[in-house]
Write a protein that binds this ligand. Structure first.
Ligand SMILES: Cc1ncc(C[n+]2csc(CCOP(=O)(O)OP(=O)(O)O)c2C)c(N)n1
Ligand SMILES: [Mg+2]
Length: 294
């Protein structure tokens, strides 16, 4: 299915997201690719806020709200309820930000993945707790400014490798996804919908307010992240079959960092350190692609 063929809307405009927010583009695209026979499980975060504005919610899918720690379990529960009614056609998608996925929701997420429950978990990663005021999460990259990692005390830990954590569960399907590559994104959502068992879609979600860049640069930054190999686009099946879906140019990471005010406080040598880490991560990923045994 091509991007232009997606006509039905399940996320109305006029929602309360900040100008330039990537998240409504991520979810609008995902919902369109899934279609109307879908139940969305929603937790706290920017999406929970904009979708919970009763009676003017912009979401046109059946939706269930649940607290952070229970997000993964709620997805399992909705699936089990549908199954007990003999409904295997309705798709369940659970939606959480990076805080709700990497940190507060990881226990229930891991449980659902280990049981291989049949639903899609989508994480939109804006690399901090944005809804409550740009606090660092374990998804915040090393060297970034946030309100809890101020300029004199930048984030000093590497970003948690959620893809490897989920791959270690050997779930049938997982993929990284970017709104800068909508056809790749749609293909992955549709593949997730067609695969039985637990699916994890990990979507990059630039945040102009938290990352300190002009709102019109959202898609460009999403593209630069892929091209600089900060956020490579690939799939992992059964935890071990890695497939690259977009070949990145490998542009210098500074082209991606420079437009973002959150990286304005890097010290001498930091840029080289970030580039080295990216190069090492890319090599590791390539080794995983090469060591396929199928
Ligand atoms: C258990 C619990 N802890 C803290 C909060 C407060 N809270 C609401 S939204 C939010 C930020 C969520 O961050 P993330 O999951 O990354 O989503 P984003 O806001 O970035 O979209 C926090 C900390 C909460 N609602 N529940
Ligand atoms: Mg976040």
């Amino acid at each position: 299915m091509k991007a232009k063929e997606l006509v039905e809307e399940y996320l109305d405009s006029g929602h309360g997201c900040c100008p330039g927010c990537a998240m409504p583009i991520v979810l609008r695209t995902a919902f369109q690719a899934l279609g109307g026979q879908t139940i969305a499980v929603i937790t706290a975060g920017c999406f929970g806020t904009i979708s919970g504005t009763f009676p003017a919610s912009p979401i046109k899918l059946a939706a269930y709200n649940t607290p952070f720690p229970s997000t993964g379990a709620a997805g399992s529960g909705v699936r089990a309820a549908l199954d007990s009614k003999g409904d295997t056609k309705t798709t369940v998608i659970t939606i959480a930000g990076d805080g709700g996925t990497f940190d507060i929701g990881i226990q229930a997420l891991s449980g659902a993945a280990e049981r291989n429950d049949d639903y899609i978990f989508i994480c939109y990663d804006n690399e901090a707790y944005m809804n409550t005021g740009i606090q660092r999460s374990s998804a915040t990259p090393w060297g970034a400014w946030t309100t809890t990692t101020p300029s004199a005390n930048l984030k000093n830990q590497p970003k948690k490798d959620i893809v490897q954590i989920m791959a270690a569960h050997r779930i049938p399907y997982m993929a990284t996804a970017s709104i800068a590559y909508p056809e790749d994104f749609i293909h992955k959502i549709k593949k997730a919908k067609e695969t039985r068992g637990f699916k994890f879609i990990y979507a990059f979600s630039p945040c102009p307010v938290g990352w300190r860049f002009p709102a019109e640069l959202t898609i460009r930054l999403a593209r630069l992240a892929v091209q600089a190999r900060v956020f490579p686009l690939y799939e992992v099946e059964e935890g071990e079959r890695y497939t690259l879906t977009v070949e990145p140019e490998g542009i210098p990471v500074n082209e991606y960092l420079k437009p973002q005010g959150r990286f304005a406080f890097l010290r001498e040598g930091d840029l080289e350190r970030i580039q080295e880490n990216i190069d090492r991560g890319w090599k590791r990923l390539m080794n995983r692609m090469m060591s396929r045994t199928d």
